[in-house]
Design a protein around this ligand. Structure first.
Ligand code: ADP
Length: 262
């Protein structure tokens, strides 16, 4: 049996990385990957050295968001050199398998792949990272739970739309991280108010304020609301994330503020 006074074995640190932050969501399509990359860029704007690991093995979107193509270089043996875009170091399953090949692995294989992308990548190449952002697969199933358990996370950020349905899923995410003892750094409300670019009228397409209210109720920080905006979508599709390419925009300011609170 376990010896008295010994807790679970501490997780081995990731070489070249000082802190790891997971960006998670209760379900897909709420803008988790978009928030993850812009949060990474917001932290970079604050002077930190930042990397992003796309752990969404089934639907990797960071290569597209960052405008990255091709494959990482092998440095030595099994160690890969991270790719680089907009000043961020990046690794994604999307670099390792081609877009047409669906990944059909089961949970343990997915977790194995994540561990490899974490531990067999030279994150510290050219200087240690202050923060590695992990773009988690959407949802709160076994795979996500195991990932949260096996990775030495400093904390997690949860992304939700203002809708009730998305919020219920976000709540599951929160309890998942609490279960494995990972502090929830806060909730980001994405696809919040839409401001008409022609007339300036504000519309709350998916509702408004739901995430802030929920954060208060659950006793976790509210990190900020990201409006629904055409530019965010267009720039995401072309690999030009708004925080890097339009630093004076309202959205870039919002993402820098979210990064400051994280
Ligand atoms: P997830 O990672 O949760 O599946 P994505 O980040 O891939 O979500 O976003 C889903 C889609 O919504 C993408 O086309 C993305 O460009 C778009 N999107 C995300 N956030 C916003 C926003 N604030 N305004 C407009 N479009 C957005």
């Amino acid at each position: 049996g376990a010896q008295p006074g010994t807790g679970p074995k501490p997780l081995a640190a990731i070489s070249g990385v000082k802190t790891l932050i997971a960006v998670a969501s209760g379900k897909g399509g709420v803008g988790k990957s978009t928030v993850a990359v812009n949060l990474a860029l917001g932290l970079q704007a604050a002077g930190k050295k930042v990397g992003i690991l796309d752990a969404d093995i089934y639907g990797p979107s960071q290569p597209r968001l960052l405008g990255l193509k091709g494959q990482p270089q092998i440095i030595s043996g099994k160690t890969l050199k991270p790719m680089q875009a907009h000043g961020l170091k990046a690794m994604s399953m999307g670099f390792l398998v081609d877009e047409e090949t669906p990944v059909i692995w089961r949970g343990p294989m997915v977790v194995g792949a994540l561990n490899q992308m974490l531990r067999d990548v030279a994150w510290g190449d050219g200087g240690d990272l202050d923060v590695l952002i992990i773009d988690m697969p959407p949802g709160t199933g076994d795979v996500q739970l195991t990932m949260a358990q096996q990775v030495p996370l400093s904390g997690a950020v949860i992304v939700s739309t203002p809708q009730d349905l998305a919020l219920i899923d976000a709540r599951k995410g929160l309890s998942m991280f609490r279960k494995v003892g990972v502090p929830v750094l806060g909730i980001v409300e994405n696809m919040s108010t839409f401001v008409c670019p022609k007339c300036g009228e504000r519309s709350d397409i998916f509702g408004h304020g739901g995430a802030e209210h929920e954060a208060q109720r659950l006793g976790v920080p509210f990190l900020g609301a990201v409006p629904l905006d055409m530019d965010v979508r267009l720039r995401s599709d072309t690999g030009e994330p708004i925080t890097a390419t339009l630093p004076d925009s309202e959205h870039a300011k919002i993402f820098r503020a979210i990064a400051e609170r994280t």
